[in-house]
Design a protein around this ligand. Structure first.
Ligand SMILES: Cc1cc2nc3c(=O)[nH]c(=O)nc-3n(C[C@H](O)[C@H](O)[C@H](O)COP(=O)(O)O)c2cc1C
Length: 492
């Protein structure tokens, strides 16, 4: 069943031998990064770390900090209360197959219905643990005691040239002012002072689209940021759901328990009642401020750029809140396991529109958007190009810089095998294509931000009709009967 708090998840990790406690004081400025990076680079993602005494500018923070909690295949599955992430992929497949949709749009519609049918709909409650302490910055008095500001949270300065401290695991809740539809996305937040931060929603993201509508209407945009609670919220915030598919509903589906939502104190939004910390506030139309630099997913610093400013109006929290954090940087990092889980869960959706797809992998070196390997059961000439263009047309897959398509007998999770196919099966000019496309905002390589080119490689065997006029050779493989006989006679 669902985790009742982030602390409950941290305890589950500890009981499973997946967590190491650090009792000594450790600085939130760079020092936590060193230990977290070591774990994230260890085989299979190392352990999660619980820092009992993180310090901020030499002073102990009032909250402990947990990091790398989702940074392995096992912990990622545990965060969603699964033995293996494949279980969730199978559930998605079942919903999608209930009545086969014929278009992707129908598929998403069906998925929405499926989520409703499974009683994933959120419930509404009057109060919740996230309000054990309430600190409004203006107006009515709060409740609890000893009110914190942003400067009391153990917010990390991750890397030496970062522009400051960044909230790295924030779940950002916004609402479409026209339709009232909710969105939950993860967008980092640079702390400017005790009451303001940056809001790094990139131009292609739903938070940015909502923001644009508020700017056009000349209205102040309510924003609520939640930290902690059931880790299913964090997974849902990062999952590439299409605009309009409610992440709270999706989280309810994942955790098999509807999310209890409670009204915020100072903004017209609702948040899950069991989260650890809520930052309530607003973004003012037209107000932009320098954000960055930041040591990013790409393994490079993203430069300073203009982003909206988030003004805090209240902080509410559990008395014994645990602050969740991650770091990003040269891969592999914790987010690799989160991204891989997303791909596994959404593979049935890809397959629904492209039944020839067998498997998809986003290798760590590609930091999500740079490289996708996809295997297909090829049936007709230039099918690989159909797959490339189809993927480039699907949501956040539009950012994929390189797509390599291989045959279904190639294991896309084995990068060495894919590179072997790529190098041996392609004539570079004949088997590649370039397209113009929007690019990931974080990509420093394109000449201009947010636009550039993508490249696809067809590394499948060539069929008649694909411009190859020779006989395609067979792969060198042992006779299966001899192989089995010899391996059983001479076991390792
Ligand atoms: C650790 C982590 C940090 C992220 N930081 C950002 C960010 O700062 N800005 C951004 O636009 N996307 C960021 N993302 C990616 C978004 O969370 C992701 O694209 C999500 O699907 C966006 O949700 P949306 O489609 O509802 O906007 C981050 C993802 C992870 C895992």
């Amino acid at each position: 069943m669902a985790y009742s708090s982030f602390a409950a998840f941290v305890t589950a990790l500890e009981n499973a031998g997946e967590l190491r406690r650090i009792k000594e004081p450790v600085a939130t400025e760079l020092e936590i990064t060193v230990l977290a990076d070591r774990e994230m680079k260890a085989p299979n993602g190392g352990k999660a770390l619980l820092f009992e005494q993180p310090t901020v500018a030499g002073r102990p923070s009032r909250f402990p900090l947990a990091i790398n909690t989702m940074g392995s295949r096992r912990r990622m599955a545990m965060s969603l209360q699964l033995d293996d992430i494949e279980q969730l992929a199978r559930e998605m497949e079942l919903i999608l197959k209930a009545k086969p949709p014929t278009t992707l749009k129908q598929g998403w519609e069906l998925l929405k219905q499926g989520l409703n049918l499974l009683h994933a709909k959120p419930a509404h409650v009057q109060d919740g643990p996230c309000k054990e302490v309430i600190h409004r910055f203006e107006g009515e008095p709060g409740r609890g005691h000893d009110f914190p500001t942003l400067l009391d949270l153990p917010i990390l300065q991750c890397w030496p040239h970062d522009g400051g401290r960044f909230i790295t695991f924030p779940n950002v809740h916004t609402k479409d002012p026209d339709t009232g539809e909710r969105n939950l996305g993860m967008y980092r937040m640079q702390v400017y002072d005790d009451r303001t931060t940056g809001m790094h929603w990139q131009v292609h993201k739903v938070g940015a689209r909502h923001g644009k509508r508020y700017y056009e209407r000349g209205e102040r945009m309510p924003v609520a940021v939640t930290l902690g609670g059931d880790p299913a919220y964090t997974f849902a915030a990062t999952a590439p759901l299409p605009d309009g598919l409610d992440e709270i509903l999706f989280a309810g589906f994942i955790r098999k328990k509807s999310v209890e939502l409670v009204k915020c104190e100072t903004v017209d939004l609702e948040v899950p009642a069991d989260v650890d910390i809520v930052l309530e506030g607003y973004v003012q139309p037209g107000e932009l401020r320098d954000e960055g630099p930041f040591g990013d997913h790409t393994g490079f610093y993203t430069p300073v750029d203009k982003y909206p400013v988030f003004h805090l109006t209240a902080i509410t929290h559990r008395k014994s809140a645990v602050y969740p954090a991650t770091i990003v940087g040269i891969p592999p990092m914790e987010d690799f396991y989160m991204g891989t889980a997303s791909v596994r869960v959404f593979l049935p959706v890809f397959r629904m529109n492209f039944p020839e797809i067998r498997d998809i992998a986003l290798p760590a070196e590609g930091v999500f958007h740079n490289l996708v390997f996809v295997s297909i059961k090829k049936q007709y000439p230039w099918q690989a190009y159909k797959i490339m263009h189809g993927l480039w047309g699907m949501g956040q897959m539009m950012f994929t810089k390189y797509i390599v398509v291989v045959d279904d007998d190639c294991d896309v999770h084995n990068t060495s095998e894919v590179l072997f196919r790529l190098c041996s099966n392609t004539d570079p000019q004949r088997d590649s294509t370039f397209v113009k496309s929007p690019c990931d905002s974080l990509d420093h390589a394109p000449t201009f931000p947010n636009i550039g080119t993508h490249m696809g490689f067809d590394a499948t065997r060539k069929l008649p009709g694909e411009g190859y006029h020779r006989t395609w050779p067979d792969l060198v493989k042992m006779d299966p009967a001899v192989l089995e006989r010899m391996l059983s006679r001479f076991p390792v």
